[in-house]
Ligand binder design. Structure first.
Ligand code: DLZ
Ligand code: SF4
Length: 509
């Protein structure tokens, strides 16, 4: 047998643009794809996430074989415990003389890989992941010497670099950012289009049965599984979004409603994150929709900002700041997560809906994640690592490179302001303004104290009060801190006392 090289492809690297596949000769290599307990259990992943990854892996393996590649595939029931064990197994079967891997998206796995060469006794090369629009080196260069690493400036550079929504050297329409037009609350203004789900083929149905049996207590209602598992079907989802939801995406990007879990959102983050879609063509397609008059500039810009700006920015920041970033806890938040984070059984309607949806579907949109669940965790001072692990577990699209900065930095302000210029803290008034949850809630968003008072309100002021020393240093908090200090001491005390009671009653709220 000729000497062969193994290429390990991870469950979130299922792309023909994978840096090791683009000019690989199938004759010389063996592709290793492995469903392994270690990756499936390092947090209590949502069953939607495990099923999507396993089904997409199996479909990708079929596509590789159809193009003449040899694939060494292990299924979960083969009991190969780890990715390293899968590589050892493949080395022995195929007499591999070398292993190549594309860098993983999580520090945890990247750290493990540094000892693989010794463990395997063959050369191991880790290559750059070229599926991102800003490499780790690009981002480090951008960050060098800057006092603040604000996304907005990074995003502008990326717009110029990729010439998206540009008029010569100027931003399309004269402004870089149309966020101010993207904040309407939901009052049933228009019809929400019925979103077709992907049909399930035999491969996906088999995976769903296996995942249900192997992970009986993980979150995720698999009877609602609706996700694409191939690049072709992910492309169809993107096309549906552009045709039917994009025109309203910008306006209602921050809206909250009981009418639909999806509203006008793209639902493509998972496909981007596991390799079924590529970020640049996605942005180009949305820009083309704007150019032909199908959607407004604010819709196209709002969408492109998420993919070209936020997504690349959080990934750059993650690699720049890890491993220390994961340990940060600037606000000393250590309170235990209430048990209802795993059931959604709280009377707070907005939270109950957002948590149940996250657990059952593996999905919630960014305002549910940031301003309903994240905001509550921030105000209540919930344990940072526990909250981050929760986000990593429940969301379909969560890999640590994207989850950690968004949760620890943006939602919980635990990095002390590396990402956000001020905490995303808000009272019940914001949630009321953004949607229709409060109408169905036993609590009243207008009351601050008393049994019917919305807990977000007193917790908001409790948060402001207990962090007043550090928040007073923040120029963007000046108005709020000044207003709070001007209130009568007895008034402040009553609100903070009620907030304290809410914290004590957290498990039963
Ligand atoms: C998330 C995940 C799961 C649930 N299972 C697997 C698996 O069995 N095999 C695999 O190769 N990848 C899996 N993944 C994705 C990896 O966890 C992901 O590649 C790393 O976390 C790096 O981002
Ligand atoms: Fe949420 Fe408060 Fe409104 Fe209830 S009243 S839905 S807890 S914001």
């Amino acid at each position: 047998m000729n000497s062969k090289t193994g290429i390990l492809i991870l469950g979130d690297q299922l792309s023909w643009h994978h840096s090791l596949l683009s000019d690989a000769d199938p004759a010389d290599i063996v592709i290793i794809l492995a469903e392994v307990a270690e990756e499936a259990t390092y947090v209590r992943h949502n069953r939607h996430k495990i099923a999507l990854i396993f089904s997409a892996m199996r479909h990708f393996a079929q596509a590789l074989e159809a193009r003449g590649f040899t694939v060494q595939y292990s299924r979960l029931k083969d009991n190969v415990p780890s990715l390293l064990a899968a590589c050892e197994h493949a080395r022995d079967i195929w007499s591999l003389t070398a292993l190549q891997v594309c860098e993983p998206g999580e520090y945890r796995l990247a750290a493990q890989m540094t000892s693989w060469e010794r463990a395997l006794g063959i050369a191991v090369t880790v290559h750059e992941d070229t599926r991102f629009l800003s490499s780790r080196a690009d981002f480090a260069l951008w960050a060098e010497g800057r006092k603040q690493l604000r996304m907005e400036y990074f995003y502008r550079d990326m717009r110029k670099r990729y010439r998206l929504l540009m008029e010569g050297e100027q931003p399309e329409g004269g402004k870089w950012n149309y966020d101010a037009d993207n904040r309407q609350g939901w009052r049933g203004q228009t019809d929400i289009p019925e979103r077709p789900a992907q049909g399930l083929d035999a491969v996906t149905r088999e995976v769903i049965d296996e995942v249900a049996a192997a992970f009986p207590t993980n979150p995720g209602d698999l009877s609602t599984f609706r996700w694409a598992v191939t690049a072709e079907d992910a492309e169809k989802e993107l096309a549906w979004f552009c045709d039917h939801a994009l025109p309203h995406f910008g306006t209602y990007q921050d809206a909250l409603t009981e009418a639909s879990p999806w509203l006008f959102h793209g639902l493509i983050s998972m496909y981007l994150n596991c390799g079924l879609l590529e970020p640049l063509p996605v942005c180009e397609r949305v820009e083309a929709a704007y150019r032909r008059g199908h959607c407004s500039l604010s819709a196209a810009e709002g969408f492109i900002r998420q993919v070209l700006g936020w997504r690349e920015y959080v990934r750059g920041l993650y690699w720049l700041k890890m491993p220390d970033y994961r340990e940060l806890n600037a606000l000393d938040a250590t309170r235990k997560l209430p048990a209802w984070f795993w059931t959604g059984e709280t009377q707070m309607r907005c939270l109950s809906r957002a948590i149940k949806q996250s657990l059952d579907l593996g999905y919630a949109h960014h305002i549910q994640r940031l301003m309903v669940i994240g905001n509550f965790a921030l105000l209540a001072g919930l344990d940072v690592q526990a909250v981050c692990d929760w986000y990593l577990a429940v969301y379909l699209d969560a890999f640590e490179w994207v989850e950690l900065p968004n949760t620890l930095g943006m939602a919980l302000f635990a990095d002390g302001g590396i990402m956000a210029s001020k905490p995303y803290a808000a009272s019940g008034k914001y949630i009321q303004k953004q949607g229709d949850h409060c109408q169905a809630c036993p609590y009243d968003p207008k009351q601050v104290t008393g049994d019917r008072a919305c807990p977000y309100n007193s917790l908001y002021w409790h948060f402001i009060d207990r962090h007043s020393d550090s928040l007073s240093q923040n120029p963007r908090m000046g108005l709020i801190m000044g207003g709070w200090r001007k209130r009568a001491a007895t008034d402040r005390e009553a609100v903070v006392d009620w907030g304290e009671q809410m914290l004590q009653r957290l498990p039963s709220l």
